[in-house]
Design a protein around this ligand. Structure first.
Ligand code: EUG
Length: 560
């Protein structure tokens, strides 16, 4: 089989990387595409053999052919590399990288930071919904449970009317994975990390640890059961902090443990719901709209995580680039105005919802409309006003916790579409939002790419998500996308803007921008890493934190 040219951009460049000969090799069935650093083939094969005896040979597989690296589907994601990647880092096997489902799309999927890592596929066999506690309104999950799985479970068990889940735009991801990556959804419970309660973690030394109230034994538990099977304390999913130092945070976006159970709060059915769209006709309306949003969101009149989406994001859900233009240059303001007019949308489109019984919703909506409709030409729509608007119809579902995968479509804006996210935090202010839009749009255009973006409004800030869409089969397009991402990180840091989450290829760069007082954050993270994982076996390099024995520079990711 021909070596896929996209593979050469990362894994193969390190001296420790081992390239398999073409085709299967009967003498070395366990020969990986890439060996872990400082590991001989013999040592690797012995390790895999011993692992196979513990977990069963079917659960200890080696990526020995390029076929696995061809998986590029959201619904059938690769377990070895970034789905639809800008770079490929083959995971084959004595380091550990972790993933639950592998749908961390735009941020690296299932790929490890260090090629040759052993990927622990946590979602493969750990798919149980251990508890849905109706009185406490929470669920206790294993890593393989997706948002879609959890929703299906509520429907099947006639609980959907009682309890709502919060879903991100795409519902195929693992609830645990998304939450510990601090992902965001659309309902009032959109900040997933805020809504987690209780974690069970396998530490690098093998200790099984429960957070918070989980540290207190349940008197009904059988102490002879292995720890992971012991009935947990009944307040574990109800109160996060327990007693003493609060440690959950070190297990999010980190490499310090394997989260094997997590509690997540569910929303009690609020007793009514109304989604809406407010369109803003002009590009410059962004400023006024953000000024309107700030007091309404902090005042909880905007109850959910609403989003302010630029026209091309919605346009891309409804059609590919070719269906709108034959130009190969970034779309101009005039062209974008024309697309907005054609789709009966604004240049900016604000999607929100109100929750509660009708009298409450009516009052909230009166305030919301009263504020936004001050903007000249702004229009308010409910889903039944626009039955053919795929985005509004989809968001009507996701804003009430019904998962979907429809919005994956915007990635097909370009042929062989793939994407990277640039995700800086912004103040909820006209000046800050517009400044971020100006800087990021200008750079997109410099890269020859369209600006596609959305402002996701948290309780006191916005996650500004720039969707960098490129053609994954075109090396020039891939290079431009990565250049754009790297340039934007520096542009942002200069202005005091930092990212909340990122793709593998720029984790080091971003970690270094959080540089206050001689990188005090990074240094503390390295100390904790050394204390908990002195051998550096778990996800080395994750979010820029390297074990002592690694030099980050040895693992720099090439720019193409
Ligand atoms: C989106 C939102 C995110 C994220 C990646 C993508 C939405 C894209 C708020 O967080 O991290 C349309």
């Amino acid at each position: 089989m021909k070596q896929n040219d996209e593979c050469t951009s990362s894994g193969g460049t390190h001296p420790a990387a081992y390239r398999a000969p073409e085709g299967p090799d009967a003498d070395h069935p366990q020969r990986p595409l890439t060996l872990p650093p400082d590991t001989t083939l013999e040592r690797f094969q012995d390790f895999m053999h011993r692992i196979g005896r513990i977990v069963g040979p079917d659960n200890a597989t080696v990526i020995a052919s390029n076929a696995e690296l061809q998986h590029e589907d959201y619904l059938d994601p690769s377990k070895a590399h970034d789905v639809r990647p800008s770079l490929r880092a083959p995971a084959t096997h004595c380091l550990t990288s972790l993933f639950s489902i592998g749908r961390n799309v735009g941020y690296g999927g299932a790929a490890p930071r260090v090629p040759g890592s052993i990927g622990l596929d946590m979602g493969r066999n750990m798919k149980r919904i251990l508890d849905v506690n109706v009185d406490g309104a929470y669920a206790l999950l294993e890593p393989g449970v997706t948002f879609i799985d959890l929703h299906d479970y509520l429907v099947k068990n006639n609980l959907r009317d009682k309890l709502w889940i919060d879903v991100p735009d795409l519902g195929g991801g693992s609830v645990i994975e998304n939450t510990i990556e601090r992902g965001v959804g659309n309902t009032p419970y959109g900040d997933h990390w805020m809504m987690h309660c209780g974690m069970e973690v396998v530490l690098p030394d093998g200790t099984l640890w429960r957070s918070g109230m989980g540290g207190l034994p349940n008197p009904k538990a059988d102490p002879n059961d292995p720890p992971h099977e012991q009935l947990p304390n009944e307040t574990w999913g109800l109160f996060n902090y327990g007693f003493g130092p609060y440690n959950d945070g070190i297990f999010s976006q980190s490499s310090l443990g394997i989260v094997v159970k997590m509690g997540i709060w569910l929303m009690a059915n609020p007793g009514g719901y109304q989604s809406y769209l407010i369109t803003l006709p002009r590009d410059k309306d962004l400023h006024a709209a953000l000024e309107i949003i700030r007091p309404l969101r902090v005042g909880m009149v905007l109850q959910n995580v609403p989003t302010m989406r630029d026209i091309l994001l919605d346009a891309a859900v409804m059609g590919d680039r070719k269906s709108y233009t034959s130009s190969d240059k970034p779309l101009t303001d005039e062209e974008m105005d024309a697309i907005a007019a054609k789709l009966n949308l604004g240049r900016w489109n604000f999607y929100g919802a109100v929750y509660g019984p009708k009298p409450i919703r009516d009052v909230m909506l009166q305030v919301i409309k009263g504020a936004f409709l001050q903007i000249e030409g702004a229009k308010y729509y409910e889903p039944e006003d626009m039955p053919d608007n795929l985005v509004l119809q989809t968001r009507h579902d996701t804003l009430q916790g019904t998962p979907s995968t429809t919005e994956l479509k915007w990635v097909d804006w370009l042929p062989n579409g793939a994407h990277l996210f640039f995700s800086p935090i912004a103040k909820v202010s006209g000046d800050d939002g517009v400044a971020q839009y100006d800087v990021t749009r200008r750079r997109c255009e410099e890269a020859g790419l369209d600006f596609i973006g959305t402002f996701v409004v948290g309780m006191r800030e916005m996650h500004h998500i720039v969707c960098i869409v490129y053609d994954r089969k075109d090396p020039v397009s891939r290079k431009k996308a990565l250049w754009l991402l790297r340039t934007l990180i520096d542009d942002a840091a200069e202005r005091g803007w930092g990212e909340y989450r990122t793709h593998l290829s720029v984790m080091d760069q971003i970690a270094k921008t959080y540089s206050f007082n001689d990188c005090a954050q990074l240094k503390l993270n390295e100390k904790i890493k050394e204390a908990l994982d002195p051998k550096g076996i778990m996800a080395p390099g994750k979010n820029g934190v390297w074990p002592k024995k690694y030099k980050a520079a040895d693992w720099s990711v090439p720019s193409n």
